[in-house]
Design a protein around this ligand. Structure first.
Ligand code: ABT
Ligand code: MG
Length: 193
């Protein structure tokens, strides 16, 4: 497998180490180190939502453009208005928090764009581009730092780890919705062939 190649599993939210098969632990660890030393990074998939405020503020293009320009590869897209069940499942880890009802009302208040992006360390890359949960603490240059003002209306969601990415992608997409392909520029943006 090459640097920047998509994960092996079609529905692979579980991170796959570029440059190796998931074989016996010992051998694979050896190859992982070698791959890392040569500059290969984990190829991951992550769920991004352009939330209802992003749609209403005409920021879909701006947000997609920033992720695309970074070099991440789009593997799935769906424009939808979430119902209560989907919103509650998505934010299930926050179920006990006092702001949960408000969060669900917000996420179901209008349509949003659900996307899956793929690339080396995609989960962390997207979180960096998003900025912090609180836009006031997000640096200039980040989506929330440049374009949002409040925690409640912070424009974009990105999975916060490999387990949440797998869970969240499964809520919005079927395995066959994820497209495996490579672009002409991937070797330049995502690693060597
Ligand atoms: P999401 O991508 O929406 O999950 O945001 P992020 O991961 O940056 O932030 P977390 B901590 O997951 O918050 C989820 C949503 O809950 C809102 N929230 C969070 C509050 O309203 N008050 C709070 O005190 C906290 C911690 C912000 C997030 N989304 N929105 N909209
Ligand atoms: Mg979150």
């Amino acid at each position: 497998m090459r640097c920047g190649a998509p994960p092996r599993s079609v529905f692979a939210s579980a991170p796959v180490l570029a440059g190796e098969n998931r074989g016996p632990a010992k051998a694979s660890r050896k190859r992982t180190v070698a791959a890392t030393a040569k500059g290969c990074a984990r190829v991951e998939r992550t769920l991004v939502l352009v939330k209802p405020d992003g749609v209403q503020r005409n920021l879909i293009g701006e947000i997609v453009s920033r992720l695309e320009r970074k070099g991440l590869r789009l593997v799935a897209a769906r424009f939808l208005q979430a119902d209560r069940a989907l919103a509650e499942a998505h934010y299930a880890p926050h179920r006990e928090r006092p702001f949960f009802p408000e969060l669900i009302a917000f996420l179901t208040s209008g349509p949003m764009l659900a996307l899956v992006w793929e690339g080396p360390r995609a989960i962390e890359q997207v979180r960096t581009i998003m900025g912090a949960t609180d836009p006031a603490k997000s640096p200039p240059g980040s989506i929330r730092g440049d374009l949002a003002l409040t925690v409640g209306n912070n424009l974009i969601h990105g999975s916060d780890g490999p387990e949440s990415a797998e869970r969240e992608i499964g809520l919005f997409f079927r395995p066959e919705d994820l497209v495996t392909y490579r672009r002409a520029g991937d070797a330049w943006a995502q690693g060597r062939e």
